[in-house]
Design a protein around this ligand. Structure first.
Ligand code: ZN
Length: 230
């Protein structure tokens, strides 16, 4: 069984085939049930890998502090960001600097960094697909809608897609519903909304838009800190 826990904003823990991957680890975001990294590491004791999709502060989040606590965890990011964060944390031996488009080994899992239509201080912004025997999970990072999302669905048979819906910096609900139509996941979980006023959005609107498009995808709305098993 796979399990996804959403901590608010883009911060997500994906447990797949016994491998725990923490994506965009802004644990202390305003929607998170955790007010400190210390509180978080007491409840989530095992993290094998972390992924940073791009180097905006709300995605790099608490990664430097978390790398100190999870002493065996490796960090996957696009080459330039991986090196920068590895240097800052003094853990260059634990970073996996990669690039967009092909398979990357993450223990028993395979990861693919995908394009994301967004900006980044270093390198290119990305999303990530995690592929395991229990299915694949696509976390889109921060992105606008792009037609090649259909290829991500076609190539990696996405079971769960995590898509930003807050608008302003990323897709809004209308664009995310179109993304669902392109990717055709079994489940979609909206993320990157309601963290602050500029991205205030009602996630139930995604349900209505997906229904309007007659898409066979279940929309799973999580409360920060809650999880979904698949
Ligand atoms: Zn961003």
């Amino acid at each position: 069984m796979g399990r996804i826990t959403w901590y608010g904003h883009a911060c997500t823990l994906v447990e797949l085939d016994g491998v725990n991957v923490l994506i965009d680890p802004w644990i202390t975001n305003p929607s998170s049930p955790y007010r400190s990294v210390n509180e978080f590491i007491k409840s989530v004791t095992d993290v094998d890998f972390m992924v940073v999709t791009h180097d905006h502060g709300d995605h790099v989040g608490d990664v430097l502090e978390l790398l100190k606590h999870y002493k065996n965890a490796k960090l996957l990011s696009i080459f330039e960001i991986a090196n920068q964060l590895g240097n800052e944390a003094g853990v260059l031996e634990r970073v996996i600097g990669a690039n967009i488009g092909g398979p990357i080994k993450l223990g028993k899992l395979t990861a693919i960094l995908t394009p994301a239509i967004h900006s980044s201080i270093r390198g290119n912004p990305t999303g990530v697909v995690l592929i395991g025997p229990e299915g694949s999970v696509y976390h889109a990072g921060d992105t606008g809608l792009f037609a090649e999302m259909s290829l991500i669905g076609e190539l990696y048979n996405v079971k769960v897609a995590l898509l930003p819906i807050g608008g302003h910096y990323t897709m809004g609900v209308k664009e995310a519903a179109k993304a669902v139509e392109l990717i055709k996941p079994k489940y979609v979980i909206p993320i990157h909304y309601n963290t602050f006023d500029l991205i205030r959005t009602d996630p139930s609107e995604l349900k209505s838009k997906v229904a309007e498009l007659s898409i066979q995808t279940s929309v799973i709305i999580l409360k920060p800190g809650s999880h979904f098993e698949f």
